[in-house]
Design a protein around this ligand. Structure first.
Ligand code: AMP
Ligand code: FE
Ligand code: FE
Ligand code: ZN
Length: 285
């Protein structure tokens, strides 16, 4: 089983990187990818924990902004696999985004406090340097008893159209594709049609990004409808894009299980063959 999109406590998951690897192996996963938001901080710990018979792709999920194909812009997540983590452009992009994440989470925290929700800014500031996000604010709201669960916090307090939301300045997706490719990595568009999170792109935008160097698209994702998966799969076939499927595991902050969605072995082979920035970690060697 191949699951190419998992988060650890290096970003907004709840399990340490080594535990993500162990849990994936225990669930029967033979190849996993660690894809924390805007950081490679979990790579070493995860690599050291890979057991014999398991392979690890080191990756990240880049926060980007995409034209929506209707004259506007939407948030887009771009998975990068096997890029060189020491590449200066990658380092600069991830550092800028982590700073931007801290700023916007600070703004949302202050708005909540001004409205009487006593979320603890120190709990979030304690993660300085790490990529903070709405899941951390959601957790603070749960801890306060203001809301019953992290997903519920997203539907109420933290929704994009809600009064506490503050956007972050994401990297243009075309630029991020170029940065990942130049660092020897393979860019795959994560959950492009996860509609409940906000606006999504038209097909034409995926066509444009394929022309700019996008290598794959995450078709099988828990937030994609069956009809959207069919359309995306057909589009990927037309464009020669690699089709992936992944759980987007976040530990206890989401209900999805590891390997709830999986990638075909041939798709994995194509991704690995296209990468030159980092090696696949093979356990037991
Ligand atoms: P942010 O990047 O800070 O805007 O927050 C987005 C993150 O929150 C992503 O990593 C998602 O995985 C997570 N997320 C988005 N929607 C939900 C939800 N309904 N429940 C739990 N986590 C969510
Ligand atoms: Fe996340
Ligand atoms: Fe994502
Ligand atoms: Zn993700």
């Amino acid at each position: 089983m191949i699951d190419l999109h998992l988060h650890s406590s290096a970003s907004d998951g709840t399990d340490a990187p080594a535990d993500v690897v162990r849990l994936a192996a225990a669930a029967g996963v033979t190849t996993l990818a660690l894809t924390d938001h805007d950081t490679t901080a979990g790579w070493d710990e995860a690599a050291a924990a890979v057991p014999a018979g398991v392979r690890l792709l080191r990756g990240a999920e880049f926060s980007t902004s995409s034209p929506d194909g209707r004259g506007g812009e939407v948030s887009a997540h771009l998975l990068g696999y096997l890029f060189d983590p020491a590449d200066p452009a990658v380092l600069a992009d991830q550092e800028r985004l982590r700073g931007e994440r801290s700023r916007r989470v600070g703004v949302m925290t202050e708005r909540l406090r001004a409205a009487g929700y006593d979320v603890d800014p120190a709990a979030i500031a304690a993660r300085t340097g790490a990529p903070v996000g709405r899941p951390h604010v959601a957790q603070a709201l749960v801890d306060l008893g203001a809301v019953e669960s992290v997903p519920a916090a997203f539907e109420t307090f933290l929704h994009k159209d809600g009064p506490y939301y503050e956007p972050k300045a994401d990297t243009p997706i075309a630029e991020a594709i170029g940065v990942i490719r130049a660092a020897g990595g393979v860019p795959v568009w994560a959950h492009p049609w996860a509609r409940k999170r906000g606006g999504v792109v038209e097909e034409s935008v995926i066509v444009d990004m394929a022309a700019l160097g996008l290598v794959g698209v995450e078709v099988d994702h828990p937030d994609h409808s069956l009809a959207d998966r069919d359309r995306l799969r057909a589009l990927a076939a037309d464009l020669g894009l690699v089709v992936t499927g992944s759980s987007d595991y976040h530990g206890t902050r989401k209900t999805v299980r590891i390997a709830a969605e999986t990638t075909a072995p041939e798709a994995l082979d194509t991704l690995v063959a296209r990468a030159t920035g980092a090696d696949v970690v093979v356990g037991g060697q």
